[in-house]
Design a protein around this ligand. Structure first.
Ligand code: SIN
Length: 331
């Protein structure tokens, strides 16, 4: 481990040789994050060597991309099972396939606001409490957020609709030494619906949030359970308040950390095609779903399978704590 928290065990040359031996090519696409993987047909099933190469690439590059795949729902779940235990979410979007409880389908992001009686624009306006609000890890308010997500594109617009990821281990390593030390001792509450501005009068979304509260206290710097890297565990979507700080102190520090976490040099942006698959480490990244396609009115249908994750631990070894609506392993 280096003093800035980066794991030193990545061996790119050994990984390249292993990939070659398994018939794969792992091609990094940005300086800190993201790699294309070529030479594999995910629907055909994977041998152990291919699984090992893909696993190592996800840990090293945080998100990997496969193009031109022909996975269906069964193949998607089977692929996910090679890397962990797929999550079976209790609630899924209405477009999700009934016969595959592990698969969540998002066909229409506009439907979300509509469910709570709002036009899409109002829905976005009320939820966007900071400019960086959309950045998130999946289910980050849970005490045991998923370890990984595998997202598959079925229908995508011919332009617009890209997804962006950021490497939170690189973001932590990029902080100055005194700030790294300071934040490594802090914890923060992550809560569903943070910063939402209620509508006057009865607000269906507020009622929904009260009925389905989810919140946990996570370390602000988590130690990655597989790589040992220190990860700046912030996002604009769930993080409510740094524990023990005043609201003003917390807001200022979170603004700073979120700006660091989303610096362009730590990010990669992916242009989807039908059949594309992205597989990311949800413990070491945050991502930003597109917001440049809703007005186009062109369908974008995506299928997601997540892998169960463990309870994060901080630099001091202390685990995250549930606050409400979440317990480990219970979805
Ligand atoms: C997500 O936020 O989990 C999905 C990202 C996307 O649809 O691009």
């Amino acid at each position: 481990m280096t003093t800035d928290g980066r794991a030193t065990h990545f061996d790119d040359l050994a990984d390249e040789k292993a990939a070659g031996a398994a018939g794969l090519e792992v091609r990094p696409v940005a300086g800190h994050i993201g790699a294309d993987i070529e030479g594999v047909d995910l629907a055909a099933g994977l041998d152990a060597a291919q699984v090992a190469v893909i696993r190592a690439a996800v840990l090293r590059w945080k998100v990997v991309f496969f193009r031109g795949q022909r996975l269906d729902h069964a193949g998607h779940v089977a692929f996910a099972r090679r890397f962990g235990e797929p999550v079976v979410p209790r609630r899924r979007g209405s477009a999700s396939p009934p016969d595959f409880p592990e698969v969540e389908t998002t066909a229409d992001r506009l439907e979300l606001g509509g469910k709570f009686g709002m036009e899409h624009e109002e829905w976005l306006r009320r939820r966007r409490h900071t400019l960086l609000r959309g950045w998130h890890c999946d289910h980050g308010a849970r005490v045991d957020p998923p370890a990984a997500t595998i997202l598959r594109a079925e229908t995508v617009p011919p332009y617009g609709g890209d997804t962006t990821w950021s490497n939170l281990a690189a973001a932590y390593a990029g902080l100055s030494a005194p700030v790294r030390e300071f934040v490594a001792g802090l914890r923060a509450e992550h809560r569903l619906g943070v910063g939402y501005q209620p509508r006057p009068g009865d607000d269906a979304y507020v009622r929904h949030l009260l009925d389905h509260q989810v919140a946990s206290v996570h370390p602000l710097v988590r130690v990655h359970p597989e790589t040992g890297e220190r990860v700046l565990y912030v996002n604009g979507y769930y993080v409510e308040q740094i524990t023990g700080l005043s609201r003003a102190e917390s807001a200022a520090i979170l603004d700073l950390l979120l700006a660091e976490a989303t610096r362009p040099e730590y990010t990669v942006r992916f242009r989807w095609e039908p059949g594309s698959v992205a597989f990311w480490d949800n413990r070491a990244t945050i991502h930003l779903a597109p917001s440049d396609n809703a007005h186009l009115g062109i369908p974008r249908t995506m299928h997601r399978v997540m892998l169960t994750g463990d309870v994060p631990a901080g630099v001091d070894g202390r685990p995250s704590q549930p606050v409400t609506g979440t317990e480990p392993g219970r979805w």
